[in-house]
Ligand binder design. Structure first.
Ligand SMILES: Cc1cc2nc3c(=O)[nH]c(=O)nc-3n(C[C@H](O)[C@H](O)[C@H](O)COP(=O)(O)OP(=O)(O)OC[C@H]3O[C@@H](n4cnc5c(N)ncnc54)[C@H](O)[C@@H]3O)c2cc1C
Length: 478
């Protein structure tokens, strides 16, 4: 798997390595710069582990002012910078290049302000996603976007990738729950966008920053929306004899105007993998499983479930299993949320992240199966069905270069299928290096040029996370 390229390292930067390290040591407090090769190795990749590059150095600042000082220095000397949270990106968004200084936000992990009157939390960028909900849960609140990696991933990384999760069907993804950021621009200037109020006049720069994959600046603080916990929540399992019927059922539930909190899909291989890991009580005699979670008062949940079960019956549902306790509900979610980790126990895999209009789910599921079969591979499908955000996990053997190349080729074909069905290349994992060269399949040249012009307005030299998101060829000269 080496056809994905990085920009060639800048020889002038590499030649000055020792001098750069010395200067950075002067700019940062003791213990805030990693520069010995063996200590740099943990930063050479992210969760898209197929590609690796050991960076020049890793700065671990403790304050916005230190981030700004390092940025200003790198900008002055044209040194590439790669922002990094927890390094859980599945698209290679946080993989560095050899001449880059990584700026890791892990030491900036304080919750700065919790404001229940305005229902907001202001946190440093290195705070983990789950830590926000943990901090406000005793008072009956939570932070809605819930990536399965929420124990580890940071709010800065969530903003970088506009991350989502199982419960985003009702509450939206990061961009819908982000109110403001403090951000360091490429030249070290610190700006603030948004705030505690609902909306801000002028261009929606906050909207552009969310999902910008570390290419517009480095977020050091974020203000996010808190949501009051519902009275109750109930996940229900629906088993079907075919993936197509399950997919069609999802489209009909949403089409009927019912919005559960979550609708998650698993096919037979995914059910088996997750059940073996979590003992979640998933049925073993169905081809596809939906986890549908409703929330509200007992009466509201009963009413919604009655309507959903009626729709599922029209699609020949074989198993309907309501969770009977909080423990059972937690187990059902444990199974789903462990899907990636559980799959990693049995095989190497790459996780695709295409999104399609709901009406296209059955068609794309069929097409995915055909592509996988043609390449002689195996797939486990587990995804946010209510959002049409598909995650085929393509299983392969990373020690076999031909198998790996087949997996990558199949993944590209599946993403193109999603785009051709009216969808897009990414629902929540971002473009990174993984889908960079497929951007031409999604966008016309003129659209791509306009996006690159916006990016260049923030970073004319293209030093922020430079190898990512946009195809390497056809970029404006930096
Ligand atoms: C097991 C597993 C399950 C996952 N499940 C989900 C899921 O359900 N939903 C989902 O959306 N994703 C999921 N992911 C992907 C990943 O967790 C998300 O993309 C997450 O938001 C990355 O956060 P991070 O802190 O690890 O960021 P990193 O991986 O370190 O960085 C991600 C991107 O953001 C940029 N970045 C990081 N910090 C900053 C900052 N402070 N300012 C500016 N840019 C920054 C980086 O340069 C990079 O481009 C999963 C990953 C794994 C390994």
């Amino acid at each position: 798997m080496e056809q994905i390229g990085f920009l060639p390292p800048k020889a002038a930067v590499l030649a000055r390595r020792d001098e750069i390290v010395g200067d950075l040591l002067d700019l940062l407090p003791e213990g805030c710069l990693v520069h010995e090769t063996r200590e740099l190795v943990p930063f050479e990749t992210d969760a898209f582990v197929s590609y690796r590059r050991v960076p020049l150095a890793v700065a671990l600042p403790e304050t916005t002012a230190q981030v700004a000082a390092v940025m200003k220095y790198c900008h002055r000397y044209g040194i590439p910078v790669v922002p990094r949270g927890a390094g859980t990106s599945l698209a290679g968004g946080a993989i560095p290049q050899e001449d880059a200084v990584v700026i890791g936000l892990s030491k900036m992990s304080r919750i700065l302000d919790i404001d229940f009157a305005n229902r907001t939390a202001t946190v440093q960028a290195g705070v983990t996603n789950l830590a926000i909900s943990d901090a406000v849960s005793p008072d009956g609140y939570f932070y809605a976007p819930d990536p399965s990696s929420q124990l580890a991933c940071t709010i800065g990384g969530n903003i970088g990738m506009n991350s989502g999760g199982a419960h985003c069907l009702k509450y939206g993804v990061t961009t819908n729950n982000l109110l403001g950021v403090k951000m360091v621009l490429v030249d070290g200037t610190v700006i603030e966008l948004g705030g505690k109020a609902l909306d801000a006049p002028g261009l929606d720069l906050l909207g552009i920053v969310c999902g910008s994959e570390g290419q517009l600046g480095i977020v050091t603080e974020a203000t996010v929306r808190l949501i009051a916990k519902p009275e109750g929540a109930r996940p229900v399992l629906f088993g079907f004899d075919s993936s197509e019927e399950a997919g069609a059922c999802v489209a009909d539930i949403i089409g009927a105007g019912i919005i559960p909190v979550a609708i998650e899909f698993m096919d037979r291989p995914a059910i088996a993998i997750c059940e073996a890991f979590a003992g979640a009580g998933y049925p073993d005699d169905v081809e596809a499983l939906l986890i549908v979670e409703v929330e509200g008062s007992e009466t509201e949940m009963d009413d919604m479930l009655r309507a959903i079960i009626e729709i599922a019956r029209r699609h020949g549902v074989k198993v309907v299993k309501e969770s009977q306790s909080a423990t059972q509900a937690a187990l059902i979610w444990k199974g789903r949320k462990s899907a990636f980790g559980a799959t990693g126990r049995i095989a190497d895999y790459i996780c695709m992240d295409g999104t399609v209009p709901l009406s296209q789910l059955p068609h794309v599921l069929r097409g995915t199966a055909e592509i996988i079969e043609r390449h002689g591979l195996r797939v486990a499908n587990v995804f946010h069905a209510g959002d049409g955000n598909m995650h085929p996990l393509i299983l392969f053997n990373a020690n076999d270069p031909e198998d790996a190349a087949r997996a990558e080729q199949a993944g590209n074909e599946i993403l193109k299928l999603c785009v051709d069905a009216g969808g897009c290349l990414t629902g929540e994992h971002g473009v990174g290096i993984e889908k960079r060269d497929l951007m031409r399949h999604q966008y016309a040249e003129v659209d791509l040029n306009q996006q690159m012009a916006v990016r260049a307005a923030f970073d004319p030299q293209w030093i922020l996370n430079p190898s990512k998101v946009f195809p390497l060829e056809g970029r404006p000269a930096a």
